[in-house]
Design a protein around this ligand. Sequence first.
Ligand code: SF4
Length: 244
Amino acid sequence: MPSPAPDAARRRAAAECLLEGMVEAGLDLVPPSTLQAQETAPDTGKGPGATPEMADTDAALATIAASIASCQKCVLAHQRTQTVPGEGNPQARLMFVGEGPGAEEDRSGRPFVGASGQLLDKIIENGMGLSRQEVFIANLVKCRPPQNRTPQLDEVVACSTYLKEQIKAVQPELIIALGRPAAHFLLDTTEAVGSLRGKILKNPQGGPPILVTYHPAFLLYEPARKSDCWADIQVAMRFLGLAQ
Ligand code: SF4
């Protein structure tokens, strides 16, 4: 029997205790003024009981992953150990999109399993009160860039078909773009993350709206930004009706 969802007070207490400095003491749950009160996710009928399309979506995601596994469309194919297509709930209301796999991800074939992945887990589980299995996690590119360099535009463009197909299959209500490359590509902009973050932004491609926040890897180097990230996550929670 599933455990009841934590109420806001429990979730906030857990976040304050467990996010290792991400939550500033006394930070309230009021979103930034940029989030309009009526700016909430549409009712898409997704939820624990709404699973008739899950098999179809699962099959679509498996087909996409199979295409990725044999893909040679860009130079990143040459040095990969394995592809990292992404993973998560085919009915996810929330999709995280990062930049590309790192060393741990290249070894395991799973997204966000290294140090930055552990921080993302804390954001999802301790901060949002969700499980990793409830969201979908993907990257712009599905093969590890050498030395963890930023993926180049031609690589991102070559790989973008897969991400677009994943978004179309899952149909999340919100995408959280983690860091500059994901934000710039998804929003077709060159604006700084600092000015994009914390707002529910219209998707220029007509898909789910997008919220930008810092990449967990950046937060590991700049822990002072964790409170900004937590504020962004609260905007997402309000949008999804997770914050009370
Ligand atoms: S990064 Fe994407 S486009 Fe490039 S080889 Fe891997 S799957 Fe194909």
